[in-house]
Design a protein around this ligand. Structure first.
Ligand code: CTP
Ligand code: MG
Length: 239
């Protein structure tokens, strides 16, 4: 059995809107609807656990009423940190669920192909994460914004979601982490810290995380592309 945990319990501070960014409009529909629909549609996903922010109940009810989300079996309030929200989602998943996909609701454009690839790699390796190569050079900033070490770009990857895990292993690791009182910002990093292999597979540009207002425009562009629209690839000069 497969459970998808959709995380929507953040506050979207970097977006600067007056409501949680997952309820902002993307091409006329709330952002949260897109990820829910993707997991609802996937034939191998049995249930969706929706982790929401306390205080967002009214918005959430409106979102769920606007579609048909029969797989959303449970709605649970999240915690202060993303990892707290993950734990609450995991606790709510069906006891028979062996595999979990953890997804940021702030990544609305998750395709059926990406979910399938994630599940395939997860079931084979025990844990899997979609990644993209990094385009910019990444460097550390030292005291007073002076340039520090520059990292080798060829080995760097930007992590995306959904990230998939063997649920019993994840729960055992979380128990260990609780005792060690360590904080992780990402599920795969936690797995890696526990000495478990995490398979990286190719992510998708369209699965970007909506963080600041311009990301919404980028998503609208990708939605247009999905509908067969042309990208901005116009030649300036005749060949
Ligand atoms: N999230 C969550 N619980 C938290 C924090 C984040 O469920 N305590 C979710 C967010 O709703 C989002 C995803 O985790 O879908 C990724 O987090 P991020 O992009 O950082 O979203 P926010 O924390 O909402 O944004 P910000 O950091 O700008 O406040
Ligand atoms: Mg955050």
């Amino acid at each position: 059995m497969v459970s998808a945990i959709v995380l929507a319990a953040g506050s979207g501070q970097r977006m600067g809107a007056d409501l949680n960014k997952v309820y902002l409009e993307l091409a006329g529909r709330p952002l949260l609807v897109y990820a829910l629909e993707a997991f609802q549609e996937h034939p191998l996903v049995d249930e969706v656990i929706l982790v929401y922010r306390l205080g967002d109940e009214e918005l959430l009810t409106r979102v769920l009423a606007a579609g048909s989300f029969s797989k959303v079996r449970k709605k649970v309030p999240g915690g202060d940190q993303r990892m707290d929200s993950v734990v609450r989602g995991l606790n709510a998943a069906d006891p028979l669920s062996q595999w979990v996909l953890i997804h940021d609701a702030a990544r609305p454009l998750v395709s059926q192909t990406l979910i399938s690839r994630c599940l395939e790699a997860t079931m084979r390796y025990g844990a899997a994460c979609p990644v993209l190569p990094v385009k910019d050079t990444i460097s550390r900033s030292c005291e007073q914004e002076m340039l520090g070490e520059s990292l080798d770009r060829s080995t760097l990857r930007a992590m995306q979601t959904p990230q998939g895990f063997h649920r019993p292993t994840y729960e055992a690791i979380l128990e260990k982490t609780r005792l060690e009182r360590r904080v992780f910002t990402d599920d795969s990093s936690l797995f890696h810290w526990a000495g478990r292999p995490v398979k990286l597979f190719e992510g998708a540009s369209e699965t970007l995380k909506v963080t600041t207002p311009e990301d919404l425009c980028l998503c609208e562009f990708f939605l247009l592309q999905r509908q067969g629209g042309k990208g901005p690839q116009r030649a300036c000069f005749a060949p």
